[in-house]
Design a protein around this ligand. Structure first.
Ligand code: SF4
Length: 193
């Protein structure tokens, strides 16, 4: 799977202590996308999920957030990844997609269908700059929906969503990664790529 990076200790992309994963490749090209560099597919980032994630300590991880890029462009690998974490006892798996759930079903892909039964939450739809109202701790723009595939997670996420947006910054290799759902002010002041 093409994985740009994975960072643990993330608290700004879902409730609890999370391992956040960003994958490469997205065809959507939303205006104002804050992950422009991840729109490119990167064959050199091809990772073996088993060896890559065996390096992470999952004992303190409450949930997984998978973003990008567009995770569903690598649907077979994505399903493998979801199962990898579920087999290790992590059920709170949140995926961000630039596709709506209807568009995902229309792809008629068995991997996608299965992913949409296994995960806890899907946040769907493209980023629409004009609908970024700086509200909510999980969605970049108002058109996006928080869809509970597993309704058991609804209360936990509702409480988290009602908080103001916040950001974390991590050193990753030789650059700083801003993690979270940025406000328009934060995007204007700090996000360069
Ligand atoms: S779907 Fe997400 S990663 Fe893809 S262009 Fe839109 S905002 Fe960027």
């Amino acid at each position: 799977m093409q994985i740009e990076r994975a960072i643990s200790g993330v608290t700004t992309l879902g409730p609890g202590n999370r391992l956040a994963i960003w994958v490469n490749g997205c065809y959507r090209h939303c205006k104002g996308c804050v992950s422009k560099r991840l729109q490119r597919f990167e064959p050199r980032n091809e990772q073996n999920v088993l060896t890559y994630f065996d390096n992470f300590d999952l004992s303190t991880v409450d949930g997984i957030t998978i973003s990008g890029g567009e995770p569903f462009e690598q649907a077979g690998d994505l399903l493998f990844l979801v199962k990898y974490f579920k087999e290790r006892g992590i059920d709170d798996i949140l995926i961000y997609s630039g596709y709506t759930i209807e568009e995902l079903y229309k792809k008629n892909d068995e991997n996608i269908r299965q992913i949409l039964t296994e995960i806890a939450v899907l946040i769907d739809g493209p980023y629409i700059e004009e609908q970024n109202n700086d509200m909510g701790n999980l969605k970049g723009s108002g058109n996006q929906r928080i869809i509970f595939i597993n309704p058991a997670f609804k209360n936990l996420y509702d409480e988290y969503y009602s908080d103001a947006r916040k950001m974390q910054e991590f050193q990753f290799g030789n650059y700083i990664v801003a993690v979270g759902i940025p406000t328009k002010k934060y995007i204007a002041e700090f996000i360069t790529d």
